[in-house]
Design a protein around this ligand. Structure first.
Ligand SMILES: Nc1ncnc2c1ncn2[C@@H]1O[C@H](COP(=O)(O)OP(=O)(O)OP(=O)(O)O)[C@@H](O)[C@H]1O
Length: 339
C-alpha cells in the first residue's frame, strides 16, 4: 500500500522526517508519534501535496513525486485540522467533494447519501455544518474521505477533540472501513492505547525517524504473569494481603501491582506463572481462605508499556492496570502552520 525509502523532509529550522523507510501492507495501520513527530508531514508527502527533500515514496505502486493526481483519485484523506465550510450542509459539501473526485452527478448524490449514513449522520446532514458538534464534523471529514470509494484512506488524528464515547465510536467506524468495504487505512494518533484495538499493525515514529514497526499482536503479546484480584471477607478484611501471605508461604514468586505506583492497582497481585499448577494453586489457596476470586488472567502487554520500555526490553515492569489511553509526552518546539 505504502512504501518509503530513506524519506526525508527538512524545513529551514527543523527536520520533520529523517531517512524514514516504511513498508505498509493492506489492513488497518496505526502511525503513532507525539506532536511534531512528522505524521502530518508524511501524509502530505504521500498525497503528493508536498515534495520530499530526499528519498522516495510510493502509494499503491505510484510514485508520489510524479503521480500525485492519480494517487489522490484512489486515496481518501481526512485532514487533522478543522477545514469544513460552515455555511453549507454535510450533503452539499460531500457531494461537492465527490464531484471533485470525478464522480458523475447522480453517482455523487447516491454515494454521498450512503457514506453519510455509514458514518452515522442522518437528518442533520441537511443542516449547515457550522452548527455541528466536533464529533459530527469529524464524521463529515471522514465521509468526504470515503465518498469516492478509495482503495486506501489516510486519516490524520481522527479522534482529536472527541470525548471517550465519541472516540470509541470513531475507532469503531475506522475498523469497519476495512472490514465492511475492504479499504485499507493509515490512521495517525498520539494516543498509543487507542490503536491497540483498532489496528492490525503499528508504526511508531519519533523526531521523523522510525522507532518500531510491528503487528499489534507482537506489541501486546501475553506474558507468563497472572494478574489476580480477590475480594475481602470478614475473616480476611484485606483479602489481597491474606492471599499474598499464603502464596508466599507456598513458595510462589509474586508482587503487588501497587509497588509500581500504579493507580487503582492496590487489589491486584501479579503472580509469576509456571503453567497449570500455578492456576490450581491460586484457586485452591483462594478457596481455603474463603475469599472470592474476582479475576485471574494472563497479563497482556499494552502497547504503551512496550513503547516506554523500548523494543529491546521485553521484560517490562509488571503492571496490571494501564490507563486506557496512555499519552506520549509532547515534544517542545512544534509550532507550525500545518500546511
Ligand atoms: N510548513 C512547515 N514549515 C516549517 N516547519 C514545519 C512545517 N510543517 C511541519 N513543520 C515542522 O515539522 C515537524 C513535524 O510536523 P508534523 O506536523 O508532521 O508533526 P505531527 O507528527 O503531524 O504532529 P501534530 O500531530 O502536532 O501535527 C514539526 O517540528 C513542525 O513544526
Amino acid at each position: 500500500m505504502i512504501a518509503t525509502e530513506a524519506l526525508s523532509k527538512r524545513f529551514p529550522r527543523v527536520t520533520a522526517l529523517d531517512r524514514l523507510s516504511l513498508d505498509i501492507g493492506p489492513g488497518v495501520t496505526g502511525l503513532v508519534g507525539s506532536n511534531g513527530a512528522g505524521k502530518s508531514t508524511l501524509i502530505k508527502i504521500l498525497l503528493g501535496l508536498s515534495p520530499a527533500t530526499e528519498g522516495r515514496a510510493a502509494v499503491l505502486g505510484l510514485d508520489v513525486a510524479t503521480s500525485g493526481a492519480e494517487i489522490r483519485e484512489r486515496v481518501g484523506y481526512m485532514p487533522e485540522h478543522d477545514c469544513l465550510p460552515p455555511d453549507v450542509s454535510a450533503t452539499e459539501f460531500v457531494v461537492h467533494m465527490a464531484r471533485m473526485s470525478g464522480l458523475p452527478a447522480t453517482a455523487a448524490r447516491e454515494r454521498t447519501a450512503d457514506t453519510l449514513r455509514h458514518v452515522g449522520l442522518y437528518e442533520e446532514r441537511y443542516r449547515p455544518i457550522g452548527g455541528y458538534s466536533t464529533g459530527m464534523k469529524q464524521r463529515v471529514k471522514l465521509a468526504q474521505a470515503l465518498v469516492h470509494d478509495p482503495q486506501l484512506v489516510l486519516l490524520d488524528e481522527p479522534t482529536n477533540g472527541l470525548d471517550p464515547v465519541g472516540r470509541d465510536e470513531m475507532l469503531g467506524l475506522i475498523r469497519r472501513i476495512h472490514t465492511d468495504f475492504g479499504i485499507s487505512v493509515l490512521v495517525t494518533s498520539h494516543l498509543l492505547g487507542e490503536l491497540e484495538r483498532t489496528c492490525d499493525h503499528v508504526v511508531v515514529i519519533d523526531g521523523g525517524a522510525l522507532l518500531r514497526s510491528s503487528s499489534t499482536s507482537d506489541f501486546t503479546q501475553t506474558t507468563t504473569t497472572l494478574a489476580v484480584e480477590v475480594t475481602d471477607s470478614d475473616a480476611h478484611p484485606d483479602g489481597t494481603r491474606a492471599l499474598r501471605e499464603a502464596l508466599t508461604a507456598a513458595g510462589v514468586t509474586l508482587h503487588a501491582a501497587e509497588e509500581q505506583g500504579l493507580p487503582g492497582a492496590g487489589h491486584v497481585l501479579l503472580v509469576e506463572g509456571e503453567g497449570e499448577a500455578t492456576y490450581d494453586l491460586v484457586r485452591d489457596t483462594v478457596a481455603d481462605l474463603g475469599i472470592g476470586l474476582v479475576r485471574m488472567e494472563q497479563r497482556r502487554h499494552h502497547i504503551a508499556e512496550v513503547f516506554h520500555a523500548g523494543p529491546q526490553e521485553q521484560q517490562i515492569q509488571q503492571q496490571s492496570q494501564q490507563p486506557a489511553h496512555a499519552q506520549l509526552a509532547p515534544q517542545t518546539g512544534g509550532g507550525h502552520d500545518g500546511n
